[in-house]
Design a protein around this ligand. Sequence first.
Ligand SMILES: [Zn+2]
Length: 86
Amino acid sequence: MVLRPLAAIRLSMPVVLNADLFQWRTAERVMPVIWNPLLQSCEELACDACGAGGFEFSLEVGGREEAPDRGMSLRCGDCGATADTR
Ligand SMILES: [Zn+2]
């Protein structure tokens, strides 16, 4: 038995976007927090190192301040733990 899609739905709906600014000395990062009314929850953030989604992260300070992340990277639990052991 093969299941085939019968229809596709494209939704356009408003979401709530909040941008929070985190700063440590000269490093800074704007973190977007998006409330999705369809899911009735916030959307997950992606780890800068591995791309994994989640709600618990650490911010790693370092790197170039001219870089897109302005010297502050978002790390998931696994990548943050790896960075701590370096
Ligand atoms: Zn990660």
